[in-house]
Design a protein around this ligand. Structure first.
Ligand code: SF4
Length: 394
């Protein structure tokens, strides 16, 4: 696989270097920032964060690179706030140097002198692993004052909360505030950390950037689809024999990924959430969908944080499960936007009362409401897709 090999133990600096690690950083020092952005654009790299949009990474890096301010920052976002995702902490715990090399490449690309790694706070393994990798790389002279990559690296434990990984919430936390999503615009690429242009990239995105430059654009693009090149990490959980983190090519059929994880047969499935709790559930007859941002959007769902949850027949009725899941999402609302808080409360009550006409109305309002983040959009997507694709259950 392209981003990470199968994990048996933590990959230290020497074993990563044996795999070609940090060669891309050396090449980037030689060739300069413009080369990095060009290669990332040629690779067609897309963001692996939880938004499920897969925005082009080169666009974000280029915007910060073009900024007039001489002070820029890069943040590796490993907050992984989705309750059903594990892939980012797995990556940081087992392959920290892959994240760090991508972060240093991004810093070189946008000429940032200071970068941050924001790690899910309750994952001591990921935090300690990233701290050790930073110390190893600094000691080896791969970055730091007096080296060809004169960048300062700070690691901070992420605040808890379902929306703590939203990019403006990450900036808010790094500024010592409450860690809550902020109104946009301005976007972080214009006015980010300390008011300066900032790249916030998911840790898997950074590891994939390092991989693309390490293996070369042609090899990187040889798997995946033309619009979604390369591979991605998926967390698979629920009614499967082998829950865990899997790396597969974009465009892989969802049922092929489920077979790798030993999912129960379709006849024993109720539904599958392909992109976390805020994704539209798929019926067992829809599992041939390719894992790309566009294909999932076409069927009314999303890739989200690439967290696949298989719901088996034995887990209770869909209406009860929906009420329970919306309850979890309601607790995840940080409460600072009135429409989001009130909308979630109303939905919980309407679902408990089985008033599905009202549920549909409230979810439609939530879908188009203007909050500071996309959390309510995810809740609306879950509900509206459930009512549409599983109407006999309601
Ligand atoms: S939309 Fe909801 S979760 Fe997002 S910032 Fe506003 S209240 Fe918080």
């Amino acid at each position: 696989m392209i981003i990470v090999p199968v994990a048996v133990q933590r990959e230290g600096l020497s074993s990563y270097r044996e795999q070609g690690g940090y060669a891309a950083l050396a090449a980037a020092v030689e060739r300069g920032p413009a080369w990095i952005v060009t290669e990332i654009r040629r690779a067609g790299l897309r963001g692996r964060g939880g938004s499920g949009r897969g925005a082009p990474v080169a666009d974000k890096w280029a915007r910060v690179r073009r900024a007039l301010s001489p002070t820029r920052y890069v943040i590796a976002n490993g907050a992984e706030s989705s309750p059903v995702s594990q892939k980012d902490r797995h990556l940081m715990a087992f392959f920290p140097h892959r994240v760090l090399e991508g972060l240093l490449l991004s810093a070189l690309a946008v000429c940032a002198a200071e970068v941050f790694i924001y790690v899910r706070g309750d994952s001591a393994e990921a935090l300690e692993s990233m701290e050790a990798a930073v110390a190893e790389a600094r000691e080896a002279g791969l970055f730091g004052p007096g080296t060809a990559v004169p960048v300062g690296v700070t690691i901070q434990a992420a605040l808890p909360g379902t929306v703590s990984g939203e990019e403006t919430a990450v900036i808010d936390a790094l500024e010592g505030l409450e860690g809550l999503p902020q109104p946009k615009p301005p976007h972080p690429e214009e006015t980010g950390l300390r008011g300066q242009p900032t790249v916030v990239s998911n840790v898997e995105t950074l590891a994939a950037a390092a991989a693309a430059l390490r293996v070369g654009v042609d090899v990187f693009r040889a798997v995946g689809t033309p619009d979604c090149p390369g591979t991605a990490l998926f967390t698979v959980s629920g009614a499967v024999e082998r829950p865990g983190v899997y790396e597969v090519a974009y465009g892989t059929r969802l049922d092929d990924l489920l077979a790798l994880a030993g999912a129960v047969p379709p006849a024993e499935m109720l539904a599958v959430l392909p992109g976390g709790l805020g994704s539209g559930p798929l019926r067992p007859d829809e599992l041939g969908v390719p894992l790309t941002y566009e294909a999932l959007a076409e069927v009314g769902s999303t890739l989200g944080p690439a967290a696949v949850v298989v719901i088996g027949q034995g887990e209770g009725g869909l209406s009860a499960l929906l009420a329970e899941t919306v309850g979890v999402l309601a607790e995840g609302s940080c409460g600072q936007c009135r429409g989001c808080q009130d909308g979630h409360r109303g939905l919980v009550s309407a679902l408990e009362a089985g008033e599905y006409g009202l549920v549909r109305e409230l979810a439609t309002v939530l879908q188009y409401g203007r909050g500071n983040c996309a959390h309510p959009t995810g809740t609306a997507r879950l509900i509206l897709r459930s009512l549409q694709a599983f109407h006999s259950h309601f």
